[in-house]
Design a protein around this ligand. Structure first.
Ligand code: 0L1
Ligand code: MG
Length: 266
């Protein structure tokens, strides 16, 4: 385990790169002994700093939950990260580009919880009963590492490439849907760039929440009522440029869409 001063120094680097929109070396180059637990300690420090600035926690993201994403990024286990409420952009709006370096987008199913969840092995049924509604979402990820080249330890310290997210379409009760067979059509500038089924996310997107709650439990934590959870991209992430128009159509859940802003005008 790295010492506290080193965790804080890494958090300084992440905050600098995220605020300044510049790329950095992966952390394992400087700290080959760094572990995944160190990276989550960096996330804890990031959250402490963001909350000290008055920012509010919106929920959590699960990442790397589909085979397509794991293969694209060369890793084998999911990651978890923090979602802040000022990174949520409106449906049919403009996503500001000013703090983004080389963004990519991925279509995901978002859950909004109505009850706390905790425990080592909560059932799918318990998670569905604890869910207020599900909604289509697109996550805009943006690695602070050059060319999105990293290892799991480094990307977790960069809060799982979290940048911004958009939720839209129709909010629906999970009991009304077959959550494991939702078709998704993902478009950029009117062209289909990917298609997927929600089953691509661990066979059932609720499994991402199951893994998240188990991981929180190991750390003595709970997934709180009101939390938004992004369950992970069902497809590979797609690179976007200023001005691109993104639209993701979800079977039974409607469409979420937005335009990427310009670099010099948020
Ligand atoms: O949300 C995600 O799946 C991102 C996980 C981190 C890896 C990446 O940048 O794709
Ligand atoms: Mg994602």
């Amino acid at each position: 385990m790295l010492d506290t001063a080193t965790i804080h120094a890494i958090a300084d680097i992440v905050v600098g790169a995220q605020d300044g929109a510049y790329t950095i070396q992966k952390f394992t180059d400087a700290y080959p002994e760094m572990t995944l637990e160190d990276s989550y300690a960096v996330q804890d420090e990031l959250l402490r700093r963001w909350q000290a600035r008055g920012r509010k926690l919106a929920g959590m993201k699960a990442g790397l939950t589909s085979k397509a994403k794991m293969e694209q990024m060369g890793v084998h286990v999911p990651s978890f990260g923090i979602l802040m409420n000022d990174t949520l952009d409106p449906d049919m709006g403009v996503v500001p580009m000013d703090t983004l370096i080389h963004p990519r987008v991925e279509a995901e199913i978002a859950f909004v919880m109505k009850d706390d969840l905790s425990g080592p092995d909560v059932s799918i049924e318990t998670i569905i009963a604890a869910t207020d509604f599900v909604q289509p979402a697109v996550e805009i990820i943006d690695s602070r590492f050059k060319k999105f080249k990293f290892d799991l330890v480094s990307v977790v310290a960069d809060n799982g490439s979290s940048a911004r997210f958009v939720m839209g379409g129709r909010a629906r009760r999970p009991q009304e849907l077959s959550l494991d067979t939702i078709g998704i059509v993902f478009e950029k500038n009117g062209e289909v760039v990917a298609t997927a089924s929600s089953a691509a996310v661990l066979g059932h997107p609720v499994r991402a929440i199951q893994m998240l709650v188990a991981w929180l439990h190991e750390r003595g934590r709970t997934l709180p009522a009101g939390a938004i959870v992004l369950t992970g991209g069902a497809t590979e992430a797609v690179a976007v440029a200023p001005g691109d128009f993104i639209s993701a159509r979800f079977q039974d859940l409607g469409t979420v869409s937005f335009r990427m802003g310009q670099k010099d005008a948020a």
